[in-house]
Ligand binder design. Structure first.
Ligand code: AIR
Ligand code: ASP
Length: 266
């Protein structure tokens, strides 16, 4: 979702900066995606300012919508989850939330693959195989999709990635291993909030040192979350499938995460 490019070497770490200095340092727009805008941070070439928008898209932007507070909710949900993942030792781009809708992150060059982890079958894979949604899997399934809206983010096999040179074998191996680690942490986090993590999409990128960092966002836009008791869908499928009360579902996810108080990094 984000195509962050790095231009030059920066040395200052955000930990040394205070929130007021960061909040006054948003610089030029680098990239605008469907749900976020990415800006440079003045004086810090290694950082980016990520602003969450209120817009909502599905089916690669063929369906468009929005609701007030969506940017705020998704920024808060991502902040909560990335701080938790940091506490669990997952290397990621998130540094500091600097406004209700924005965070300063480490700039990364995005690996051009969407990494999907499925704990139960749903969505596109259930549909194409004619299986019922919610079917159990013998183990979590990791799938790769090419990040390309015009092509509709097509599924690619690991062999296609290798032979067609879509990403390096190291990228594939590291993304897969990290995605499975993230899955373990997220399953526990969401279960604490009475949410079943059915599947989700991750994006990874490399920082200036070449380290692979979990990037982008983790929100009801990027995860399927079902209520553990009722099976109610509390994610973007409410928008994709016209189920109504999209905003209420996003608010519910945030409220449950905040109430469940998992291990936190700060
Ligand atoms: N996803 C994939 N592309 C964009 C997003 N947000 C997420 C969906 C779902 C998972 O990846 O939100 O949680 C699998 O999507 P699908 O459509 O392949 O079943
Ligand atoms: N393809 C994704 C979805 O259907 C993302 C998007 O189009 O915004 O949710």
């Amino acid at each position: 979702m984000m195509g962050i490019k790095q231009e030059n070497q920066g040395r200052t770490s955000v930990e040394e900066l205070s929130i007021p200095s960061l909040s006054s340092s948003r610089a030029e727009l680098r990239y605008e995606g469907k749900a976020k805008r990415v800006y440079a941070v003045a004086g810090h070439a290694d950082l980016v300012w990520v602003e969450f928008k209120d817009s909502l898209t599905a089916f690669n932007a063929q369906k468009k919508g929005a609701f007030a507070k969506k940017g705020e909710i998704n920024c808060q949900v991502t902040d909560h989850i990335f701080r938790y993942l940091t506490s669990m030792g997952v290397a990621n781009h998130w540094r500091e939330k600097v406004s209700p809708t924005a965070a300063v992150c480490v700039g990364v060059t995005i690996v051009p693959l969407e990494v999907v982890v499925r704990n139960r079958l749903a969505g596109s894979t259930a549909k194409k195989l004619g299986r019922p949604e919610g079917a159990a899997l013998i183990r979590p399934l990791v799938e790769f999709y090419v990040k390309d809206d015009e092509l509709g983010d097509p599924f690619v096999s690991e062999e296609q990635i290798e032979v067609l040179g879509l990403a390096s074998q190291t990228d594939v191996r590291e993304c897969k291993a990290q995605a499975l680690e993230v899955n373990k942490s997220l399953l526990a986090l969401f279960l604490n909030a009475q949410l079943d993590l059915i599947d989700f999409k991750l994006e990874f990128g490399r920082n200036l040192k070449g380290e692979l960092l979990l990037a982008d966002e983790i929100t009801p836009d990027t995860c399927r979350l079902w209520d553990t008791k009722t099976g109610e869908k509390l994610d973007k499928d409410r928008f994709r499938r016209d189920l109504g009360n999209v905003e209420g579902a996003y608010e519910e996810v945030l409220a449950r995460l905040l109430q469940s108080q998992p291990a936190r990094s700060q």
